[in-house]
Design a protein around this ligand. Structure first.
Ligand SMILES: [Fe+2]
Length: 478
């Protein structure tokens, strides 16, 4: 054990080494029926060419995988070999500009440069391809068994130019299609919408125009619409140009302008003009589920009380520890009901704060009852619990982690032939804030409070990961 008295608590510690081993130190047992692979992605290191990076969003993507079969779990991690990663190995300082980092050389080397694609935000499996996602550019394909980097994936030329393909695609469970969007700033600001069929062929499905350059991170899918809830996170033109000419970082060119309120865009899946509504300002990054409920459209999201400046400040200083910021981690689960008469009714679902909302994906686009969060159990500035929220009555069920331990995003995995929505498991990586080895927990999603049924101890710590996915396919690294 590290001595908490001599080391600073940190919520981000890099991991340079790449491992491949069977987890042989564990308590409990992997449940019968739990079989497949969880992949996760996040910034594995926060320097490039020896230069400290300025923002959590800038670190090179590192994939980790947990392959589970026959009661054993195998771990493997590999950095995504992007151009940024490869060139940083031999460079003096950052080889490229990033969202919150300038490379050495001042204006001359940074002006009119787009941020480097570091492939660090999410990972998904579609049409047999494992893709590391980063919302400002194209996906990077990796081998699902070895995690070796295959290369940039543009869907056979379907993604043009910058080819932004965001980190939060959604799936139609009936057709197997994947839907996503990409932020497009030129020639006019908007969100380009995409449909990828089950064979992996991408086609455009129109765009949602934005009134000015804005930032949007997530989307929802219903039977009829792609749902965008766009917080008033804007790039004021002066700051935007300043960022372009390297007078400031791109991430610092975003302002929260509450006067604009929140814009909702419903893009019809079958063509036609998007429906645009406006409502009171929200401050969120992530949506939970979205669905049509009669003539209404329902969206659940995690709404922050903290300001964008506070949140961005935390992400810029994460190497020093989120706890030092003092405000509770995350936001509150909030339901929006959009009526045919353009009313948007806001309803607080729970007072628990958290983020990284997940749910049983078999319920995408239809009414679900349970949402899972990495949560703050008692106002801590880091997520010290894995939570289940019943969105019908706000009831919470929490598994509190040991002191000074935080949770990565929990992922729900259904039990084979599950009859109930919550019949399955929650998989979550947890990390001690003083750098002790990480753990992989399996909880029974019907009763998280009962504690983990399995706790596997990794041989090293795990830097914070953003998002992951689970697939029934078992990876075989050998
Ligand atoms: Fe996200």
């Amino acid at each position: 054990m590290s001595d908490p008295g001599t080391l600073p608590a940190r919520d981000y510690i890099p991991l340079y080494d790449e491992f491949d081993y069977t987890v042989d130190e564990f308590e409990g047992a992997l449940p019968e029926g739990l079989r497949g692979t969880m992949y996760r992605n996040g910034p594995g290191k926060m320097e490039a060419g020896g230069q400290a990076l300025g923002h959590l969003f800038d670190g090179d993507g590192m994939l980790s995988m947990y392959a589970i079969s026959d009661g054993t779990m195998r771990f493997r991690n590999r950095f995504v070999r992007t151009k940024h990663y490869r060139n940083s190995l031999g460079s003096g300082g950052a080889p490229y500009r990033a969202l919150g980092t300038m490379r050495p050389g001042g204006l001359l080397t940074n002006a009119l440069q787009f941020p480097a694609n570091v492939a660090n935000t999410s990972v998904t499996m579609h049409a047999g391809k494992l893709l590391a996602l980063w919302e400002g550019g194209r996906p990077t394909e990796l081998d699902p068994d070895t995690l070796e980097t295959v290369g940039v994936h543009d869907f056979d030329g379907g993604l043009k130019w910058i080819g932004a393909f965001s980190a939060h695609p959604k799936w139609d469970n009936r057709t197997g299609e994947m839907f996503n969007f990409g932020l497009a700033m030129f020639p006019r600001p908007g969100l380009a919408c995409y449909r990828v069929d089950r064979a992996g062929r991408l086609s455009g499905m129109g765009r949602l125009d934005l009134p000015s350059p804005m930032f949007n991170h997530d989307m929802g899918l219903t039977d009829r619409h792609l749902v965008f809830v766009i917080a008033p996170l804007v790039f004021p033109i002066g700051k935007f140009l300043g960022a372009g000419f390297a007078l400031r970082n791109f991430i610092d060119a975003i302002d929260y302008d509450a006067r604009r309120g929140t814009m909702i865009g419903l893009v019809p899946r079958d063509g036609g003009r998007p429906r645009i509504l406006h409502t009171d300002p929200l401050m969120h990054l992530h949506l939970a589920n979205t669905y049509e409920d009669g003539a209404d459209t329902v969206v659940e999201l995690v709404n922050y009380e903290a300001s964008w400046e506070q949140l961005n400040g935390q992400l810029s200083n994460v190497q020093d520890g989120l706890a030092q910021e003092g405000s509770p981690y995350g936001g509150k689960l909030t339901r929006l009901r959009i009526t045919p008469t353009d009313r948007v009714i806001h309803e607080n679902v729970s007072d628990l704060t958290g983020d990284f909302p997940g749910y049983n994906r078999a319920y995408t686009s239809r009414r679900n009852r349970f949402v899972y969060l990495a949560a703050s159990a008692d106002g801590t500035a880091y997520p010290n619990a894995i939570a289940k929220i019943d969105n019908e009555n706000g009831k919470e069920s929490l598994h509190r982690l040991p002191e000074d331990t935080f949770a990565h995003e929990p992922i729900f995995v259904p039990r084979p032939d599950a009859a109930a929505e919550d019949d399955g498991w929650l998989l979550a990586v947890t990390q001690n804030r003083f750098g002790d080895p990480a753990a992989m927990l399996v909880l029974d999603a019907r009763d998280p409070e009962a504690g983990p049924v399995y706790r596997g101890r990794l041989r090293h710590h795990m830097p914070l990961t953003f998002h992951g996915t689970f697939t029934p396919r078992v990876a075989h690294p050998a």
